[in-house]
Design a protein around this ligand. Structure first.
Ligand SMILES: [Zn+2]
Length: 143
């Protein structure tokens, strides 16, 4: 009786190395985005100071994950207004407060608050996390 030996195919697994390479690529992409974004003064020349208080929640619950305050001056990187999503699998999501500030400036508003959902949705079409924010803006004399 002949014994037939067949090579066993190993299931193709994502190697650790690939995962790290992807993570590094993603990190570099974020650094580049930040560098490309420019300064607060370039985008909003009339603003002398912005104070933002952000509460990040676990998923879509109202359980607080993190709370922080960001203070920005004209020399601050505008990308600080892009709040990253803390959901591990989130790639292109996050919370864009740049357009929120844009709207406040065009309406001459000094303060505003609201809630925002992560821009990225999961497979079932739900956004995976949310924040609430309050923003106060000080305008320069020239404004
Ligand atoms: Zn997200």
């Amino acid at each position: 009786m002949a014994i037939k030996i067949t090579a066993q195919k190993k299931p193709v697994k994502k190697s650790r190395k690939n995962v790290n390479t992807e993570k590094n690529a993603r990190r570099l992409e974020l650094i580049q985005k930040r560098l490309d974004a420019g300064l607060l003064s370039e985008r909003f020349p009339d603003i002398s100071d912005i104070n933002i208080h952000i509460v990040q929640f676990y998923g879509l619950t109202d359980q607080v994950f993190m709370e922080r305050t960001v203070n920005m001056v004209p020399g601050s990187n505008i990308y600080l207004l892009h709040i990253p999503c803390m959901e591990g699998n989130c790639v292109n999501g996050g919370f864009d407060l740049i357009s929120t500030v844009e709207e406040m400036v065009s309406n001459n508003r000094r303060s505003g608050k609201g809630k925002m959902l992560c821009a990225e949705k999961d497979a079932s079409g739900n956004s995976h996390s949310s924040i609430s924010y309050s923003i106060s803006i000080k305008y320069s004399q020239a404004h």
